[in-house]
Design a protein around this ligand. Structure first.
Ligand code: DUC
Ligand code: ZN
Ligand code: ZN
Ligand code: ZN
Length: 478
């Protein structure tokens, strides 16, 4: 037959349109969008269901070696499995350079970690921690040409952070090569100083993680990152923006016509710093950086999803178990927040949370939901239109949503390898019912049918968002 799979009578939404028609799939790609398509080898009746592009989670961590003795709970199998059960069909985790080591070697290492395990398609962002002349002049240009076209840089954490000078060097390479830079913007010295003062006062319980990283710390670094990017004339994206003060800086830059993009995450819409203040050490379960803020700041983030400040919502899935020798409770030596690995799990709950509280509650429309969670991340990182939309020629990465289904989030229903979810007990309406990856049903009515290792590595094109404002009129370069 003409079609391997036909999805019939669904309501289809993209970032731009809503349409009622059938989807014809052949050899893993969408080949027809029309009413009353002829019969396929396999058929799905999507009457009264919503059909959306599979989610693209453009910021998540899997099997990333840590320097502090903590160990990530999800490898590329459980991490990608959890993703697909929550309606995500593409992930972009990180390949992190260790200081003193080769970036190219790190990339090889992460390929080993992913290749026989991933169940959905994946690309890599690079994390540049040691921009030596060799890395800047040789490794980065070669890696960019091979499809690693985006990298993250850190302004905090001793083992990851770059000086302003080093940031400029990396930004200049991005400008030269057309790559796209993501920035973790927090002021390292401010945090270290606050942590030390708090420790001297005996204030070491998880709630003080938020005290040590107030918004001014994020605001200052955000502003500085913007200034550095302006000097080099290169676009950047500020990751995991947590509240009003960083938003204000980003809006200020956007209003000046600078190409400053921004990402936020569900934790800044659904958690507050009060979640760090729980009996015993339990607050460690919600320790991430920047920390969650308060209700008023959540509202500013919701507003930013509609008014154009944010282009993308990612999970920032960073899976550490709570009660485990290499997890949050035990790494928090002597009960101090400062040793708790930063980051929370959320790769499976990202889309359901945002669909229920965003689309169903009328905070964002369906097209905006698709744009923020699939289309824009695909565009930002050079995967569009293969990923992130429903169009003829695109990969058949699709999610059929049951918009009526009521679900209360419980860790036991999730597929990650973490012993808790920060979102336990939240009641949702609407949930993925069937996930399709390259035309193959990989998840259906709670059952996973994905073969380990079926996920393919995606080499990314250059981001169309990465273009300088005036190519050619550059900062001095050799
Ligand atoms: N930044 C991230 O992007 N992920 C986890 C921890 C962090 O600080
Ligand atoms: Zn065929
Ligand atoms: Zn970060
Ligand atoms: Zn992250």
């Amino acid at each position: 037959t003409e079609f391997d799979l036909v999805i019939r009578n669904g309501k289809i939404a993209t970032a731009a349109d809503v349409m009622n028609c059938d989807i014809g799939i052949h050899q893993g790609q969408i080949v027809a969008l029309a009413a009353e398509l002829p019969k396929g080898t396999q058929e799905i009746d999507a009457t009264d269901k919503l059909v959306l592009p599979g989610g693209v989670d453009a910021h998540c961590h899997m099997d990333q070696p840590m320097n502090d003795g903590s160990v990530m709970a999800d490898d590329f199998y459980t991490g990608t499995l959890s993703a697909l059960c929550g309606g995500t069909t593409t992930v972009i985790p990180f390949a992190c350079q260790m200081k003193g080591h080769s970036l190219a070697k790190a990339v090889e290492d992460y390929h080993q970690r992913a290749t026989d395990k991933a169940v959905i398609d994946y690309a890599f962002h690079l994390i540049v921690t040691d921009p030596t002349p060799h890395v800047l002049d040789e490794e980065l240009p070669k890696l960019i040409a091979k499809g690693y076209t985006s990298f993250k840089v850190y302004m905090t954490y001793d083992d990851l952070k770059l000086s302003d000078r080093a940031l400029l060097d990396v930004l200049a390479v991005a400008r030269q090569e057309g790559a796209f830079v993501m920035v973790h913007a927090e002021n390292s010295d401010c945090i270290a100083w606050m942590v030390q003062r708090l420790a001297q006062l005996g204030k070491i319980s998880p709630r003080y993680h938020a005290t040590a990283r107030p918004q001014v710390v994020e605001r200052e670094a955000t502003h500085r990152a913007i200034a550095l990017a302006e000097l080099v004339d290169v676009p950047i994206l500020i990751v995991h923006v947590s509240g009003a003060e960083a938003v204000e800086q980003i809006q200020w830059a956007q209003n000046r016509g600078l190409r400053i993009y921004a990402e936020t995450c569900p934790q800044y819409l659904f958690l507050t710093e009060a979640d760090l203040d729980q009996p015993g050490f339990e607050g460690a379960k919600c320790i991430c950086s920047p920390p969650p803020r308060d209700k008023a700041n959540q509202q500013v983030i919701w507003d930013g999803l509609c008014n154009g400040v944010f282009q993308v919502i990612s999970s920032d899935h960073a899976p550490f178990r709570y009660a485990h020798p290499q997890g949050k409770q035990i790494c928090g030596t002597h009960g101090s927040f400062q040793y708790v690995p930063n980051g929370i799990p959320g790769i499976e709950t990202r889309l359901p949370l945002l669909f229920s509280e965003g689309v169903n509650q009328g905070r964002i429309d369906l097209n905006t939901f698709v744009a923020l969670t699939a289309t824009n991340p695909a565009k930002l990182y050079g995967l569009y239109p293969q990923k992130g939309t429903i169009a003829i020629g695109s990969d058949a990465d699709l999610v059929i949503w049951d918009t009526q289904r009521q679900v209360t989030i419980a860790n036991e229903m999730l597929h990650h390898n973490v012993d808790y979810t920060p979102y336990e007990g939240i009641a949702l309406q609407g949930y993925p019912e069937i996930t399709i990856s390259r035309g193959e049903i990989v998840y259906q009515h709670g059952e996973v049918i994905a073969q380990k290792g079926r996920g393919k590595f995606l080499s990314c094109g250059l981001s169309s968002f990465a273009r300088p404002r005036q190519r050619g009129k550059a900062v001095p370069c050799p």
